[in-house]
Design a protein around this ligand. Sequence first.
Ligand code: SAH
Length: 221
Amino acid sequence: MNAESLTRGIGMTSERTRRRLIEQLRRQGITSEAVLEVIARTPRHLFVDEALSSRAYENSALPIGRGQTISQPLVVAKMTEAVLTGRRLGKVLEIGTGSGYQAAILAQLADQVFTTERIGELARQAKQRLHRLKLHSVFVRHLDGRAGWPSQAPFDAIVVTAGGQVPDALFDQLAEGGVLIAPIGEQGGVQQLERFVRMPDGLERETLAPVSFVPLLEGLD
Ligand code: SAH
């Protein structure tokens, strides 16, 4: 089987399984048509190792190497819906590029996405995938994202995809009316997905759902 027919094969299987995933996300409470549409057309199988590609449209997190995971589609959908709030986004910052999948979803709903990853190998792979998919409005950096990306601030949305506490530097880089979403709590334990909105008189905070993310770590690897 040559490479082209292999891709076609995956394409046909994924068409059906992708539709099933979208139905599941709807049943689990995702209502934003824009988010569902973007998830439906984004090839998640290209963000995991080939050996796992047949499971790419299951609603589960999957390993991406180096002890890290690509988030569960439901969690990606929830986080995206939580920052979107019905409007198109300008600049978005993501902490924890991982596979690049969440960045690919955000890129289709925002003008520019700046994403940081502390593991060099994952940052490199994500960059290649996003380039192959012609998502040229995503900028990937091998950085400790706890400091944010000050030269591009302020951001309309900040999406933290590793669990722990949110450093103040990130709140400082949130535009007025901007939304920050992050899994907050004990590393390795249960975390709560929290949503913050920068209002003229401070931050508004709302708890969305219990989640489980890999930890937000210090320094580079
Ligand atoms: N958003 C990813 C999944 C995130 S997994 C996706 O769509 O696939 C969390 C990622 O955060 C891991 O790759 C981990 O290496 C990274 N990470 C953890 N601490 C970090 C930090 N301080 N700065 C940048 N990336 C970090």
